[in-house]
Design a protein around this ligand. Sequence first.
Ligand SMILES: Nc1nc2c(ncn2[C@@H]2O[C@H](COP(=O)(O)OP(=O)(O)OP(=O)(O)O)[C@@H](O)[C@H]2O)c(=O)[nH]1
Length: 221
Amino acid sequence: MAGSNEMTINLVVLGRTQTGKSAAGNSLLGSDDFESQLSPSSVTTCCSLGHSCHISGITRRNGCELALRVRVLDTPGFPHSSLSKERVREMVRSALAQHFREEGLHLALLVLRADLPLCPDENEHTIQFIQELLGPTWKDFTAVLLTHADKAKEAGFSEEAYLHSVSSTLLSLLSSVQHKYVFLDNQKSKIKEERAIVLQKLLNFIRQNKYQVLLFKHNKE
Ligand SMILES: Nc1nc2c(ncn2[C@@H]2O[C@H](COP(=O)(O)OP(=O)(O)OP(=O)(O)O)[C@@H](O)[C@H]2O)c(=O)[nH]1
């Protein structure tokens, strides 16, 4: 994960199609690596890895500034408009093994839209999908990324008011991942300061989990 004065964090974005996974990946990387667009069918059809350049001013170790490097694996959504659940799962599993086999995965980001309710059936399928991918310790390695925070704000919700109004399904999901969640406005988060705030929150989650990583084995497709 780290040289003497640098640190790399490995992330994967997972979730339903059109929730803003690719946009979130771009926000975290500060780039346009991933194709992100509004579409009536799923845009992302394969996994791809993007990495940021070295970012300064985010984190320190023993009083010394570390250059942070972020790697993000973008994935096709689940459910997907043209790929089966099994196909998406195998593609993601194989990409996790290919890209994070040596260094491991620090954090999976479950991407949900803050402006849409999370319903029990959808939640159940998503959790099952993540559990199948990450295994029994998935809760330690998962944080929720609430995209479209701008829309929730436009509708008059502060973060606090939002959390008072959300479905019990989302509240219980947030509780099961030890309240590791971040609101994200993908329109704004390429701004340096906004991006730094989000990255610092993710680093705190990784620190809370003692910098542990999930390792993946190659499996024959
Ligand atoms: N207003 C707003 N729009 C967003 C936000 N995040 C994503 N979008 C828009 O949502 C649409 C879908 O975003 P994508 O990044 O392509 O979503 P995805 O989950 O990768 O989509 P698929 O690859 O089709 O599964 C695009 O038009 C984005 O600009 C956000 O935080 N706020």
